[in-house]
Design a protein around this ligand. Structure first.
Ligand code: G4P
Length: 569
């Protein structure tokens, strides 16, 4: 699954700088950072919009969508995304709600862009898994869940579309248990589904929230609260004998079967708090938001390599834990993007702040830069979908956009202080799609190259070339999904005004030969590389392209000297 030729580290030297300020505890405590994962069509766009609505960041749900007359929200902004109604690039939205600062890391739903989602999850502290309650777990939820588990993220599950006929909540719990080996703790429990969806029981408070119908699609839901033990009132207002009896039965059964909520297990990703609702009609969304803010984790500590200068040697790489309270500023780049705003034609690096305080104009070191070079973070921006505004200060958990003249890559760390800090790189997925790309108009060649170079820097696609090609030969692109090529083509046209012709190649797998070119030559001379394409990556490292898994595995077995791996070591 995972690959990455991470960029080779560059030499660095320590530059002592005055100690920066630690972030104020109350600023750290009020931050909640979350990513929503889901299979396409489960309602992620709708849910995001409703969260923004409750947070006051949008005046009217659906407003943006209506204005564009096509499916699009604040978080879907590229041309192709609008045309196709798919969310391609992860973006960030932040807003204040009830004293909290929320940072929502939006993630593309389509599987061809899983890698972007993976990176957003690297920057998140909490994940929300959104399910279509009629469908339960779907392929993309499965894949993304694995990533959450790898990262050990606390996972909150919201079963959406309860206003439609749904699977039984027990069935949904079983699926999560059986497939993910993950226990769920129902925080909310639905009363009915489809046309008979009446509301939810809040098991933490033992209060029933009944929704007043009809709820206007764009507005906030009107709710009646009834204590669970006020049975007469409950029975009267539910006004459906079967559902009332079922609720009484479920209430008892759940209290018997389900252990009390153990928050430590939630924070360790072993137990998922479970919610039910309907994003479209606003059932349960605010309740979910309130509970999430209470239960979700604030910005967490992260492992990092630090070059420890305290022993005087200046070259010991130690693993350390960087806590949000650490007084130096540290952060890492999890996404880069060119031409976010076509008018400005600039490039942005999205930085997740891990510790300390970002202050306008501060100078930072860069994990891969040499000789203690410092960069001035003059103009960080707060991002909100395609909108952005200048900010003077940011705290752990925040995501800031900084100008990227080209040297900041995915996974790079920025830091202040005497000690070099490097968070572990963010691995990328092994490419499975390959194509040649060229410009049909020789006069466009310069713009074509510039566009390709800038899009490559975003890291979603990789370039491969023939061996010993120093730039003049045919250019090959490698990606995880076909749609990524289409995005390149569309963006070259929209942002750089050039056409691109693409010719797909029938390879499905790339393996880096860490044994080097000598090992490749030897295997080739022995006739072992028949039918395999030999290319090089941007650092001239040998890469072999295969048509199928079988060929790759047998070569891995037979030719140990090649040291084939799905990523470069
Ligand atoms: P996605 O980002 O996960 O792909 O999903 P999105 O929010 O775009 O929702 C997919 C479809 O599901 C949309 O319908 C949306 O209105 C609908 N939907 C979302 N939440 C709910 C819900 O709680 N209940 C019901 N019944 N439907 C929901 P569409 O027909 O594709 O678009 P639209 O015409 O409604 O905008």
């Amino acid at each position: 699954l995972l690959l990455g030729p991470p960029p080779p580290p560059l030499e660095s030297r320590e530059i002592p700088t005055p100690a920066a300020a630690a972030a104020p505890t109350e600023e750290i405590d009020r931050r909640r950072n979350l990513a929503i994962i889901s299979h396409p069509d489960s309602g992620k766009t709708t849910m995001t919009e409703k969260l923004l609505l409750y947070g006051g960041a949008l005046q009217q749900a659906g407003a943006v969508r209506q204005k564009a007359e096509q499916r699009s929200t604040q978080s879907d902004f590229m041309e192709m995304e609008r045309e196709r109604g798919i969310s391609i690039s992860s973006t960030v939205m932040n807003f204040d709600y009830e004293g909290y600062r929320l940072n929502i890391l939006d993630t593309p739903g389509h599987q061809d862009f899983s890698e972007d989602t993976y990176r957003a999850l690297a920057a998140a502290d909490n994940a929300i898994m959104l399910l279509d309650a009629a469908k339960g777990l779907e392929p993309q939820t499965r894949k993304l869940f694995e990533v959450c588990r790898l990262r050990g993220l606390p996972l909150f599950t919201f079963c959406n579309k309860m206003d439609r006929p749904a699977l039984s909540p027990y069935e949904l719990m079983d699926q999560i248990q059986e497939e993910f080996n993950l226990e769920s703790f129902p925080v909310l429990w639905p009363i009915g589904d489809g046309d008979r969806f009446k509301g939810v029981l809040d098991r933490m408070e033992d209060v029933v929230h009944l929704y007043q119908k009809p709820v206007k699609r764009g507005g906030k839901a009107e709710v009646v609260l009834i204590p669970f033990n006020d049975t007469a009132k409950l029975r009267e207002l539910i006004n459906d004998e079967e559902l009332y009896n079922k609720l009484i039965e479920d209430h008892e059964l759940l209290n018997e079967l389900i252990e009390p909520l153990d928050m430590d297990r939630v924070l360790d990703g072993e137990l998922t708090p479970l919610f039910f609702g309907s994003a479209m009609t606003n059932f349960g969304v605010q309740l979910f938001l309130d509970k999430f803010l209470d239960m979700g984790t604030k910005p967490t500590s992260r492992d990092a390599f630090t070059k420890d200068t305290t022993d005087g040697s200046g070259n010991d790489d130690d693993t350390n834990i960087v806590s949000p309270q650490f007084q130096e500023f540290t952060g890492f780049v999890f996404k880069t993007q060119a031409n976010l705003d076509p008018k400005h034609r600039d490039r942005l690096a999205y930085v997740r702040v891990v510790s300390g305080v970002y202050e306008k104009g501060m100078k930072v070191g860069h994990s891969r830069s040499k000789a203690g070079k410092k960069y001035n973070l003059a103009q960080a921006q707060a991002l909100f979908g395609s909108d952005r505004s200048s900010i003077d200060v940011a705290y752990p958990g925040d995501v800031i956009g900084i100008n990227n003249p080209g040297m900041f890559g995915i996974g790079d760390t920025l830091f202040t202080g005497a000690d070099r800090v490097a968070f572990p790189g963010i691995p990328s997925f092994s490419p499975e799609k390959f194509c040649y790309i060229r410009s049909p108009n020789p006069s466009d060649y310069k713009s074509f190259r510039k566009g390709i170079d800038q899009l490559l820097q975003e890291g979603a696609i990789q370039a491969l070339r023939q061996r010993n090609d120093d730039g003049g030969g045919p250019l090959m692109l490698a990606a995880v999904g076909e749609l990524q090529f289409e995005v390149v083509q569309a963006r070259l046209k929209n942002e750089y005004k050039v056409e691109a012709l693409m010719e797909p190649l029938g390879y499905t797998l790339a393996r880096w030969a860490d044994g080097g070119w000598d090992a490749v030559d030897k295997a080739d001379a022995d006739g072992k590389l028949f039918g395999i394409m030999i290319v090089q990556d941007r650092w001239a490292r040998p890469v072999l392209l295969f048509r199928n898994d079988w060929k790759a595995s047998s070569l891995t077995e037979d030719e140990k000297d090649l040291q084939l791996s799905p990523w470069s070591q």
